[in-house]
Design a protein around this ligand. Structure first.
Ligand code: ZN
Length: 133
């Protein structure tokens, strides 16, 4: 999934709501209405992800879109959950050089973007490294 598509999908990311097939247990994000494995035998229902997963790939963004002032460089990662769904999200509270494939991460509620000098502030889910004991 490309970064621009990520920004357009922001509503779904607000509370990590996807769907899951009640027949085979496969979870989907973005939500799907039909399970490709079960087709008409599946019963797809709303499913809220716990927000844990691991980094399967990532990109360091060094160019600065106007809405991200002061935050570059930052990391956009594809995160796979234990249910097999994939999220594209910004990683926070980590230096780009410290991000690794397989790194465990969890969802956190953060400012997503700010529209203009006195504009609307959007909040949503980003991911941060899971604290290790
Ligand atoms: Zn299924």
């Amino acid at each position: 999934m490309t970064v621009p598509r990520f920004w357009r999908k922001i509503d779904n990311r607000y509370n990590l709501r996807g769907t899951r097939c009640g027949n085979c247990g496969t979870a989907f994000f973005p939500p799907r209405r039909i399970c490709p494995g079960c087709r008409r035998d599946g019963s797809v229902e709303t499913y809220d992800f716990e927000g844990r997963g691991e980094v399967i790939t990532f990109t360091v963004i060094r160019a600065e879109p106007p809405s991200m002032d002061g935050q570059t460089p930052y990391v956009v990662a594809i995160i796979e959950t234990p249910e097999g769904a994939r999220f594209t999200s910004q990683l926070v509270d980590v230096e780009p050089d410290d991000v690794e494939i397989g790194m465990p991460v969890e969802a956190t509620f953060r400012k997503i973007a700010e529209d203009g000098a006195d504009g609307v502030i959007h909040y949503g889910v980003k991911f941060e490294p899971t604290a290790r004991d």
